[in-house]
Design a binder for this molecule. Structure first.
Ligand code: NAD
Length: 481
């Protein structure tokens, strides 16, 4: 069975303890590889290697650092099929999704931050005859990058690329549930000759790897994407040491559909935003607010389309819906469907385990599910389910829907569907969310700031914001008199 290894100081190695965890293919419920069950000793070794590499990497010219990023991007492009296959097997997502979204975006992350770094610069201010001020951006030191399982390489690279571009060295931890593409990335780092210690990848669990990593005094900043619960625990445990934190956390995003929307376009995008990656994207719209005048018509059309989604083997091209990431996660999602029914919700379609045959029979499938009849304050409309489950809620007017949309602890994203752009703009202004799409969804320009408000996030990633986060800013003032 394939053994994934840690990548420390330029070398692949097993965990010092010799212990490994089982890694399952969720589409078949079968263990197919072993992932290091690393602990603090491995983390310390990686941090020491990163600290040692820091002086040389931070002094390496931008042009050289950027060249390494481009070489990594190019290797990702060359290995698109192998990486997409690995991502699909590891996470249960349709291969075609990994091939068209996850892996190309991982490549773009390295390309984008290579380009962005060439344009990232300090500033100078001639105060008056007394002084010249200038502002510099310097690398921080060793940075921790921690990512979740839903978009494994996509989010891992989204953190590592700006950290390295800005001149930091990195100790990164992928999710223990989807470690394979992070492992393949370490092979790529070796192939392109990335200097040893610049990037270190440690596999293992949150408590055994994540906790000692974020709390180590040499870690200057933590870039984390994952649940609000974990983000809160990182914020609490690092508060006393005042580490820089970028926390990208959970969401309970609203799709707001006005009766004057472009019906077909809204319908197709709502289907996508509800169920892409089995609803396991932080940006998925899990609460669908539909204006009363079109509620019944939109509901029927959405149910009809949902019933046509093909649940099946993630490796087959015709599959729309693959498996959920794990048995535990599938059970959590099912428990929310049950809860919604107990609270009086009506399941319009789906609602059950997806039963497949042959070697897929043991996989973790759930039928794409739509539920109606629950208030915006019910638990399923307040808590993050993170699966193929969306609720439908009618609304009367703008004030009514904004109040409901803003009524959760979360504030990551929202989408607004109307042909009246003035109205769309007004709603967007009043929504408590870091990103609002009007008449589109998940369209990302990597130059824009990405992140959430309220309990969805602190800080912004993307473009200039990511490079600023990964740098220490300093003002130097020269007296001229
Ligand atoms: P998670 O919080 O359980 O784990 C995320 C990562 O943190 C994993 O690598 C995990 O091992 C590690 N970890 C766990 N406990 C830790 C600790 N105490 N200290 C340090 N690291 C620790 O999240 P998940 O279940 O892997 O991912 C799903 C969540 O991620 C959802 O809530 C989803 O909304 C969120 N997410 C957010 C965004 C965003 O951009 N806002 C993007 C994708 C996913």
């Amino acid at each position: 069975m394939k053994r994934i290894l840690n990548y420390i100081n330029g070398e692949m190695k097993g965990p010092r303890s010799g212990k490994f965890l089982e890694n399952k293919d969720p589409s078949r419920g079968q263990v197919y590889s072993l992932v290091p069950d690393s602990d603090e000793t491995d983390v310390l070794e990686a941090i020491e290697a990163a600290q040692k590499a820091f002086i040389s990497w931070s002094e390496t010219s931008v042009a050289t650092r950027v060249l390494f990023l481009r070489k990594i991007a190019s290797k990702i492009e060359q290995n698109l099929e192998a990486l997409a296959l690995a991502e699909s097997i590891d996470s249960g997502k349709p291969l075609n999704l990994a091939r068209t979204v996850d892996i190309p975006r991982s490549q773009s992350n390295f390309e984008f931050f290579a380009d962005a770094m060439t344009q990232f610069h300090g500033e100078a201010f001639k105060t008056d005859s007394r002084a010249l001020n200038y502002v510099t951006y310097s690398p921080l030191g060793v940075v921790a990058c921690i990512s979740p399982w839903n978009l494994p390489l996509y989010l891992f690279s989204w953190k590592i690329a700006p950290a390295l571009a800005a001149g930091n060295t990195v100790v990164a931890k992928p999710s223990e549930m989807t470690p394979m593409t992070a492992f393949l990335l370490s092979e790529i780092a070796i192939e392109v000759g990335l200097p040893k210690g610049v990037l270190n990848i440690i596999h293992g669990t949150g408590p055994d790897v994540g906790v000692p990593l974020v709390n180590h005094p040499l870690i200057k900043a933590v870039s984390f994407t994952g649940s609000t619960k974990t983000g809160r625990s990182i914020a609490q445990s690092t508060a006393a040491s005042f580490k820089k934190l970028s926390l990208e956390m959970g969401g309970k995003n609203a799709n707001i559909i006005f009766s004057d929307c472009d019906f077909e376009k809204t319908l197709n995008m709502t289907l996508r935003s509800s169920f892409l990656n089995q609803g396991q994207i932080c940006l998925c719209g899990s609460r669908i607010f539909i204006q009363s005048a079109i509620y019944e018509k939109f509901k029927s059309a959405l149910v009809e389309k949902t019933l046509k989604l093909k649940l099946g083997d993630p490796l087959k091209i015709e599959t729309d819906q693959g498996a959920l990431v794990s048995e535990a996660h599938r059970d959590k999602v099912l428990s929310y469907i049950e809860l919604a029914q107990k609270e009086g919700g009506k399941v319009l379609c789906g609602g059950k385990v997806g039963k497949l045959s042959g070697d897929l029979a043991q996989g973790y499938y759930i039928q794409p599910t739509l539920i109606e009849g629950l208030s915006a304050s019910s638990r399923i409309n307040q808590e993050e389910v993170f699966g193929p489950v969306a609720t439908l809620i009618p609304f009367h007017d703008l004030d009514d829907v904004i109040q409901m949309a803003n009524s959760t602890q979360y504030g990551l994203s929202a989408s607004v569907w109307t042909q009246d752009l003035t109205k769309g703009h007004k709603v967007a202004q009043r929504l408590e969310a870091g990103i609002v799409w009007i008449n589109t969804w998940m369209l990302r320009d990597l130059r824009t700031p990405f992140g959430g408000v309220k309990e969805s996030g602190i800080g912004r990633e993307g473009g200039k914001q990511a490079l600023e986060f990964m740098s220490e800013v300093k003002n130097i003032c020269i007296g001229l008199e």
